[in-house]
Design a protein around this ligand. Structure first.
Ligand SMILES: Nc1ncnc2c1ncn2[C@@H]1O[C@H](COP(=O)(O)OP(=O)(O)OP(=O)(O)O)[C@@H](O)[C@H]1O
Ligand SMILES: [Mg+2]
Length: 366
């Protein structure tokens, strides 16, 4: 439309975290170079108390800060479509087995009934979406078929939609954070036979994603975070949070770099994180229908910047652990944000990639 352009034709990725809002835009290059490249990036720090545990405690203030983020990104107030990630700790994504009913009409109810056994929130309080995994048509009636389910509390999604609209934004899609991270760090044309674990090591929380057979199998929250490390360093050395943060970035998890006091904080932290990952990997291998050992682990989130984290986790878990490449699906020549920022922005990049990658594609249902 020439006269009334659709505001959602310009769609950006938006991450709403407790202490930061991040906006990312990805566009195709010119006709002679159609690769995807970063077009725009902006973030703004958010004080305590505005978003707490994924809930807008002060929606008016959140909307005002979103507006100023848009101004910062575009140089003026702008109405555009946004793809937004929902708070990881409040959402669910998992592959489940559903007994195939006799008719197609019965499938949604069968998925819903099975999903309710996996999600500790009443199903009527959730928005639930699902997709068959593999060739569901080939599964005989009465036999288990694999279905990926994704769910989020209606209360959270509705409050996100209301706050975004207050800021003049049009929510085009809501995503489970793991979906965005996977879209960012797994190569688009990757070998479907490869299995990955992805560790998102964030400021206030971390999570582990198992990605195999071309889909997210499940995710687990890990109650360990970068800010927790900073606090422990601050308490042990009796220094300010800023000084503790500097020390953390300088030392990484290197046993030799900063002396025993820091290592005594890092060592149990690493041990706990690797134990949780180990348990999740064993759970997948032993309890999922097509579960197996994972080929490789990818580290992302700001905490992935910690020096030697990948090496030490490789030693502890006896599986190759490496930093994810957040530019793997982008034209790196034209996407030149510092690597530290990119690792913090994997969710934002994945959200921004959704529209350009899904153009012309529709989700398959049964
Ligand atoms: N070079 C570095 N060394 C160590 N830690 C770092 C480094 N760079 C960033 N971090 C840590 O990464 C964390 C921020 O990670 P990230 O940006 O992924 O968090 P977030 O997505 O904003 O928050 P969350 O996911 O917890 O809601 C902070 O704790 C920060 O101290
Ligand atoms: Mg994060």
């Amino acid at each position: 439309m020439i006269f009334f352009p659709d505001p959602t034709t310009r769609t950006v990725g938006l991450v709403i975290n407790e202490h930061v809002f991040r906006l990312m835009e990805v566009r195709r290059g010119p006709f002679y170079h159609r690769k995807l490249r970063l077009q725009r990036y902006a973030e703004t720090r958010i004080p305590d108390g505005i978003v707490v545990a994924g809930v807008f405690k002060k929606p008016d203030e959140a909307a005002a800060r979103l507006k100023s983020l848009l101004k910062k990104a575009f140089g003026r107030m702008k109405t555009c479509g946004v793809v937004v990630s929902l708070p990881e700790t409040r959402t669910f994504i998992k592959v489940i087995n559903v007994t195939k009913p006799a008719t197609l009409e019965e499938v949604p109810a069968a998925v819903s009934a099975e999903a309710s056994l996996h999600i500790p929130v009443p199903i009527q309080d959730l928005y639930l979406d699902w997709q068959p995994v593999g060739d569901a048509k080939a599964v005989p009636v009465g036999k288990p078929m694999s279905v990926a389910i994704a769910a989020a509390p209606k209360e959270i999604v509705d409050s996100y939609a209301a706050t975004l609209e207050m800021a003049g934004l049009i929510p085009v899609a809501f995503e489970i954070e793991a979906q965005s991270i996977v879209r960012c760090v797994i190569p688009i044309h990757d070998d479907p036979a490869k299995s990955y674990g992805i560790i998102d090591f964030g400021a206030t929380r971390s999570s582990f994603i198992v990605y195999d057979h071309g889909t997210i199998q499940f995710t687990v929250s890990i109650p360990l975070s970068g800010d927790m490390l900073t606090e422990r360093i601050g308490a042990a050395l009796n220094v300010s949070p800023e000084e503790a943060e500097r020390t953390k970035r300088q030392c990484g998890v290197d046993a030799h770099k900063c002396g025993t006091q820091i290592w005594e904080i890092m060592q149990p932290f690493l041990a706990e994180i690797s134990e949780r990952i180990q348990n999740a990997m064993e759970f997948y291998r032993d309890h999922f229908t097509n579960g197996r050992a994972l080929d490789e682990l990818l580290l992302c989130g700001g905490g992935a910047n910690m020096a030697r984290m990948d090496e030490l986790l490789t030693e502890l878990l006896k599986i190759n652990v490496r930093k994810a490449d957040p530019q793997v699906n982008l034209d790196a020549k034209h996407s030149n944000l510092p690597v530290e920022v990119m690792l913090s922005s994997t969710t934002a990049v994945g959200l921004a990639l959704r529209q350009p990658l899904s153009k012309g594609k529709s989700q398959k249902k049964l």
